[in-house]
Design a protein around this ligand. Structure first.
Ligand code: XLS
Ligand code: NI
Ligand code: NI
Length: 444
C-alpha cells in the first residue's frame, strides 16, 4: 500500500502503514473502528469536528522518565548525542508519526522543537533553525500547528515562577522566551498560542505577595498579546488551568478562576481557555463541567484530552479510554457548538512500561476511537431520545408568566414573596437523575 507522506532520510516506523478506518468489526489494533474522518455527523466531517493533534512533548520527546526512574522508551530519534541533530530526528519522527496516523495538527513547546542554547540568543537561533525545517515539513505533509507555547517551567531559573517570579530578571527572561515562541508560532501559521502556568503559583504565603504576582501575570500576558498581535498573530491566546503540580497553589486553578482573572484584567477579548481532563480531575471537577463552564462564559478555546487515574492523585496524563466520559464530553460539545478554532490535543503519554514502538499508535487510536464512538452515541442520545426535552421540561416553570418576568428582572423580592404565598408549598418535582443516567446507558 503506498503512503502519500514524505519522510526524512530515515523511516522510524517502517512496519506501520497509514492508519485506516476498518469499521467496528475490525480486530486490527492499528486501524480505526469508529473514527472515519470524512463521515459527516451533525453536518460536519469527523475530522473537522475533532481537529485532533499530537502533543510533541509526550509522544515524541517522552521517554518514560518518572520521579523514581529514568528512560524506558528507547526511541531511535532520541539517541543522537548532538542536541540539534536530535531535534531534527525528532522532527522527522513527529511528522512521519502524525501523517501515518492521519492527524491534522500538532502542538509543541519551544524546547520540544529546539534545544535550549548557551544563552537567550543561542536558544533563539536554534528555535529559528528548527522553525524553518518544521515549516518545510508542514508544507510537505499538510499537517498544521494547532498551538505553540513556551516551556516556562523546566529550567531551574523558573523555580520561583516565570511571569510571577519575584525577580524582574527572570520575568524578562520568560518574556524573551515567549517573544521567540510567539514569533515561531506566527511563522508556522499556529491557530492558537497557549500559556500553561505550571510554576505561576506559590508554595507558602509566608514569602509571597499574591496580589503583586497576579498583577504581574496579567501585565505579562497583556504585553505578550500586544507583541503577538504586532507580529501578525490572528489566532486565540489560551490559558490552560491546573490547580497544582508543580506549584502548590497555582493561580490558574480551574476554568472559573481563569474566567474571573481574564475579566478582572480585561483580557477576555483575546484569551480563551484550553481545558485538560486530568487538570479538571485534580481541581475536583469533571471535564464536562469545565467545558460547560467555559462555553457558558463564551471562553471555550481548545481541549487537552487525557484522563487521570482514580487511584492516584497525580496528573498521570493517560490516554482517554473512558467511553462514558467521552459521551458526556460530546453531549456538552454538541450542545454548545463545538470547538471552533480549537482542537483536541492528546496531552497524554503511554505508560512507562509500554515500550513497543507501535504502542504510541495504539494509544492514539484508542483515544480517537473512544471520542468518535462518544460522538456517535451522543448524537443518538440528542436526536433519538427525549433527553433534551426532559432537560427543557425541568425548567418549564420559567416559561410561565412569573418565570419569564423573573428572568427579565421584572419581579422584586416582595413580588416573589407574594407569588410564594399564593401558590403555597411547591411540588417536590423529581430531578429524574436515574432516568437521565438510564438514557445514557441505553445508547452506550
Ligand atoms: C502540564 C500541561 C502542559 C501544557 C502545555 O500539566 O498540561 O503539558 O499542556 O504546557
Ligand atoms: Ni496540557
Ligand atoms: Ni497536564
Amino acid at each position: 500500500m503506498s503512503i502519500s507522506v514524505t519522510i526524512g532520510d530515515q523511516e522510524y516506523f517502517p512496519d506501520i502503514e497509514k492508519v485506516r478506518y476498518e469499521g467496528p468489526g475490525s480486530d486490527n489494533p492499528l486501524a480505526f473502528k469508529y473514527y472515519d474522518e470524512n463521515r459527516v455527523v451533525g453536518g460536519k466531517k469527523m475530522k473537522d469536528l475533532f481537529r485532533f493533534s499530537v502533543a510533541y512533548w509526550h509522544t515524541i520527546c517522552g521517554a518514560g522518565v518518572d520521579q523514581f526512574g529514568s528512560e524506558t522508551h528507547q526511541y531511535q530519534w532520541l539517541r543522537n548525542p548532538d542536541p540539534m541533530q536530535r531535534a531534527r530526528d525528532k522532527l522527522d519522527a513527529a511528522f512521519e508519526f502524525t501523517s501515518k496516523l492521519g492527524m491534522a495538527y500538532y502542538c509543541f513547546h519551544d524546547r520540544d522543537l529546539a534545544p535550549e542554547g548557551e544563552d537567550i540568543k543561542d536558544s533563539e537561533k536554534n528555535l529559528r533553525k528548527m522553525t524553518q525545517l518544521a515549516l518545510n515539513k508542514q508544507n510537505e505533509s499538510g499537517v498544521r500547528l494547532l498551538w505553540g507555547t513556551a516551556n516556562l517551567f523546566s529550567h531551574p531559573r523558573y523555580m520561583n515562577g516565570a511571569a510571577t517570579n519575584p525577580d524582574i530578571h527572570v520575568v524578562a527572561h520568560a518574556a524573551a522566551q515567549v517573544k521567540a515562541a510567539l514569533e515561531t508560532t506566527v511563522e508556522l501559521g499556529g491557530e492558537n498560542y497557549v500559556f500553561w502556568g505550571g510554576r505561576e503559583g506559590y508554595s507558602t504565603l509566608l514569602n509571597t505577595e499574591m496580589k503583586k504576582e497576579i498583577d504581574h501575570l496579567a501585565m505579562f500576558l497583556a504585553k505578550a498579546r500586544d507583541h503577538g498581535r504586532k507580529a501578525g498573530f490572528k489566532g486565540t491566546f489560551l490559558i490552560e488551568p491546573k490547580p497544582m503540580e508543580p506549584a502548590k497553589h497555582q493561580y490558574d486553578y480551574d476554568v472559573n478562576a481563569v474566567i474571573a482573572f481574564l475579566k478582572s484584567y480585561g483580557l477576555e477579548d483575546d484569551f480563551k481557555i484550553n481545558i485538560e481532563n486530568n487538570h479538571a480531575t485534580l481541581a475536583g471537577h469533571t471535564f464536562a463541567h469545565e467545558i460547560q463552564t467555559a462555553a457558558d462564559a463564551g471562553l471555550l478555546g481548545s481541549l487537552d484530552v487525557n484522563q487521570g487515574d482514580p487511584h492516584c492523585g497525580w496528573d498521570t496524563d493517560e490516554f482517554l479510554y473512558n467511553l462514558y466520559d467521552a459521551v458526556e464530553i460530546m453531549i456538552v460539545l454538541l450542545r454548545n457548538g463545538g470547538l471552533g478554532a480549537g482542537g483536541m490535543n492528546f496531552d497524554a503519554k503511554v505508560r512507562r512500561s509500554s515500550t513497543d514502538l507501535e504502542d504510541i499508535f495504539i494509544a492514539h487510536i484508542l483515544s480517537i476511537d473512544t471520542l468518535a464512538r462518544g460522538l456517535l452515541i451522543a448524537t443518538d442520545i440528542l436526536e433519538k431520545s427525549d433527553y433534551l426535552d426532559l432537560v427543557k421540561r425541568r425548567y418549564g416553570s420559567f416559561d410561565t408568566t412569573a418565570g419569564r418576568a423573573f428572568e427579565a428582572g421584572k419581579l422584586k423580592l416582595e413580588q416573589l414573596a407574594e407569588i410564594a404565598e399564593c401558590s403555597g408549598e411547591p411540588l417536590r418535582t423529581s430531578g429524574k437523575q436515574e432516568l437521565f443516567e438510564s438514557i445514557i446507558n441505553r445508547f452506550l
